[in-house]
Design a protein around this ligand. Sequence first.
Ligand code: ADP
Length: 428
Amino acid sequence: MVSDNSASPSSARRLAARWRAGLMRNAAVLTAALGAILLLALLAGRPLLGIGLIVAVLTVAFAGSRPAATRRTAPPAQKLPAPSSADAGRLSAAELSEAIGDPLILCNALGVVMSANRAASAAFGQFMPGDLIALRFRSPEMQALIDSALRGAPSAAIEHAERVPIERSFKVGATMVGGDGRFALFFRDQSETRRIDRMRADFIANASHELRTPLASISGFIETLAGPAKNDPQARERFLAIMQNQTGRMARLIDDLLSLSRLEMKPLAGAESRVDLGDLARQVTVSLSQMIRENGMVLALDLKDAPVPIVANPDEIVQVLENLIENACKYGQSGKRLDISLSTERDEASLTVRDHGPGIPTEHIPRLTERFYRVDVETSRAQKGTGLGLAIVKHILSRHQGRLTIRSAPGEGASFTIHLPLAEDSQT
Ligand code: ADP
């Protein structure tokens, strides 16, 4: 190998550099040793013997510096045997294709399946020796890909979708192997990427729809005010109030969208500090007391006297508590009561916001934290909801290694509990 070729000028230069490095590292010890030898030789009246000994020590020091330098710069290279093409040859084609993890199918020049790895069998069902590849994949794109592989012609990778047992999509390419007409079909599972693309597209469509509705209403009122209602002061007052309402709705939506995007930009909660969850809950109930009163609700606080310390970004936890308490006021005000309680168990603090309103039908509960998911869109809009509050709650909690549990049944109110890890030194 080139790097081991000590006869080449570059490796000679590297060797010299190593020697220099070794000498620099051992310089202090070496100088002391040489000084001592010289002194003893002079005291003994044998300067020539001293010079001889110095030369011997220098030779040993230089020779010793090379392995030392090699050890420091590349320790694993000394332990591992140098790879050789013979080692690679010991791996069978089957071992290599299993190692890939993506489906891989090898066919002969007639399009008969010769082997398929485990990932291929898992994705497309068992392959039997003698299967014709063209009969296994019927889509026109796959047929065209197989045709060009059989002709030995190169072709670009294609998209292929499988519907059973679950919907998946693959990018598929064909490559000639062995030079005798054999070819390999290799598949890359794109399902996760597609799912994320779809989610992103849905999200943009939902956000645009939510913004377009108030925008359309505002632009309609502007036209009316500029035309038929031009000289109608009463209509103007009414329409301006509606327009203000709609701009407020757009502003709330943009605030929530920005909150979500800020949370997504920073997967870890920043600015964490040790805070008392009970204290945060007290602060939030004070700041929302007017809202709670205006909704005709009576607040019952059951917080612990002793601090319940958590390590968290306090602003984010305040946002979680605000969202849950606002929801209880918006959707549960008919129950007239709002209970907030705090408990601890082992390494976890749990804070529950409970209302006694109409509750939530069971089938909706697992979807409440999805973006823009609402049990009833009109009620949410009437309550100035954006459909993003619980998505933000879930996001913040997962950044804090926490979680949200929701318990509710129609007619029995709803309780939302946040679970957060207690600060380490206060776990019971
Ligand atoms: P929104 O901005 O619409 O309130 P959220 O994400 O905060 O959005 O809540 C999603 C949906 O969950 C709400 O639209 C509502 O249908 C339902 N919901 C949330 N909290 C409650 C509650 N306390 N009682 C009943 N339904 C609730």
